[in-house]
Design a protein around this ligand. Sequence first.
Ligand code: AMP
Length: 197
Amino acid sequence: MPMPNALSSVAVFCGSRFGNDPAHRAAAWMLGEGLGRAGLRLIYGGGKVGLMGVLADAALAAGGTVSGVIPHFLQSREVMHAGVTDLTVTDSMHDRKQRMFAEADAFLIMPGGLGTFDETFEIITWRQLRLHDKPILIVDVSGWARSLIETIDDAIEGGFADASARALFEHLPDVPSALARLSRLAGAEHGGDPALL
Ligand code: AMP
């Protein structure tokens, strides 16, 4: 059932590789499908490779709207996805991240590598700096994010981050719980009953 419009666009950061665990590919498909079915626009890195490609293909197959944002120097390396609803080619990596940030109402972090880590920490630190107050959901498929979250906990324990840093993001165990959380967020923004979504 489509969600209302205030939370209408979700940026997903995830791997340009598949990872070794087949559960990650299945999770990326489930997320794309869920976003498409919910009528939420997917904003992502515009590539056809790895989990990024699976995610976009699934959202499109479910009839969803998919916006890709890719810097021109990555157009061939990440094999730009020609089938997306709209594709923006930016001059730089910074422009890509800024564009994805500006267009998204919420951020989902899925399994990935160094690029995903960079995007995750950037969007969390921008919230810490009060540059935005958009929800950030880390989707811990098969426990892939355990060490990432431990790193943040270690920084808090070591006195390099405030305990409140833990509230800058939400830690969800899997895709169904992330989709349910998005549904509740959309409902809350409307002051409506999420059960009606
Ligand atoms: P990865 O998690 O390394 O597979 O990368 C996932 C996404 O992050 C891809 O779209 C990459 O283009 C992007 N990415 C890779 N390296 C960086 C970086 N240094 N800063 C920001 N994004 C990156």
